[in-house]
Ligand binder design. Sequence first.
Ligand code: 5GP
Length: 115
Amino acid sequence: MSDTIFGKIISGEIPSEFLYEDEHCIAINDINPQAPVHVLVIPKQSIPRLVDAQLNDQALLGHLMLVAGKLAQQLGVGDAFRLVVNNGAEAGQTVFHLHLHIIGGRAFAEGHMAG
Ligand code: 5GP
């Protein structure tokens, strides 16, 4: 679990403020926010990329989505946010421990996936 920066944050090796924690995941503010709200939902179980998830991770993946939705509401962006998963270096993934980005609080270009 401690092989990535997120593993070290989850284990407490790197101190970090958790916005949320339960037995399956944590949420932290992104260190380099791309919007007023930029939160990472990170499973405690280390799955490197989304494509590495297996059928027995199905409940965990669903849980992460539910947590992301509830957190977005609590953070005041429940009506307008994006949930992003970068899968693979060429898609911009830099930390190989699966995580969901909750991005909100700014205007999004209409119909533009990356904007
Ligand atoms: P990725 O590019 O892998 O989808 O997303 C990784 C994210 O983790 C980036 O948005 C980056 O800013 C964030 N990040 C990298 N290192 C740290 C850290 O030590 N603490 C926090 N809170 N975020 C980090």
